[in-house]
Design a protein around this ligand. Sequence first.
Ligand code: HAM
Length: 425
Amino acid sequence: MNRPKGTKDIYGKEQAIRSYIFDILKSVSQVYNFKKIETPIFESKEVFVRSVGETSDIVTKEMYVFKDKGDREMVLRPEGTAGTIRAIVENKLYTKLPLKVFYEGPMFRYENPQKGRQRQFTQFGVEMIGERNPFADIEVILMASLILKELKIPYLLKINSLGDKETRVNYSKALREYFRPFESELTQDSINRLDKNPLRILDDKVDSQKDFVKNAPRINAYYSEEIKTYFDTVISYLKESDVNFEIDTTLVRGLDYYTDTAFEFVSISGEAGSQSTLIGGGRYQNLVKEFGGPDLSGIGFGLGVERLMNELANIEEEEITEAPHIFVLNIADTKQKETMKLVEMFRANGFITEWNPKATKLIKAFDKADESGAHVLVIAGEKELANGEVTIKMHGKQHTVKIADAVETIDAHLASHEGGHHEEH
Ligand code: HAM
């Protein structure tokens, strides 16, 4: 039996890279003071149709839809924003604003699998609700850029403003007029979008490559003064920061809920293949209201954890995983309980501790200890244990010490030799 197409089993080095990424996501969320939210992996279909948009690829082609036994139409969530906003409105989480939440977990899209594009993938995302302000946009963008900076992933931020409702109405009208004469050259998808959402023609996988699409009118000609000033404020701050960015007036994003600032962090490492967008996000002015909540603006981003994993595929495992501090060589056949207690003593003191659970000859135990990469070896020999002692081997030197002094001896050693490796003690 095999795993379904477009899914992954994740173990070994990939899992090490993944937990390294999650550690950084956690620490960045903490410094930006975002709190975790968990929502169901399936939601009723309406949650996504209304928000992500009836004409979007996600809703028209990519959703895993199923009927439950009560004949309700359910969807495995294709993204995190819609469910999060549904939860915020349903639980009235908007009493203290801005509300800052993050989430992580599996998302599902029925796409053609390729490198960086799966049917089940993992998203980490954040949403900040209740603040329409250029500096809130900047805060969220800086948070996303800090994640890539901490992971040492080179990127380019592409940023655009989609304006407000009025911008979209006027711009959509202009695009419709512009595209009409080219209708026979458009894909069927784009023809279907011409009336409902012509902006999406600009990021259609096929049509976006055509010259007449590249030469289509640009959205920035349709901004109001307010939108222009707002977006200029965002850009002028980015210019003073170390964020590597460019304005891309063709960027529209694949989900319909965006207004104002929209952005994508794309890979420039050459590791990504054709799926180079690492992080996508933007502001949504109407989503909370559309879910029946108050008139609150939101902004957020989502990132594909597996896409970040691809970027880090060549990292040395030793750089991101911690080897055991201690390996206890279990060699005393008649003293298994004493050896086990020793192992547990080290663990209770916070040392990453490994051992060979079945007593073996010294030479075999040494092999195991070597294989583990442990910094310190603790030899639990018959004679030593009988005297309430162990032999500690570190940096080529051996010391026999009382068991009661072992933790302190190892602590002192690790602190001086491993650059404060075990500093919490
Ligand atoms: P999105 O651009 O559809 O936005 O997805 C965000 C990120 O999820 C992408 O940049 C990519 O890294 C990852 N991703 C998407 N589809 C796949 C796939 N099939 N396989 C692997 N990775 C994938 C959203 O989902 C919005 N909810 C983001 C957002 C949050 N906007 C505001 N708040």
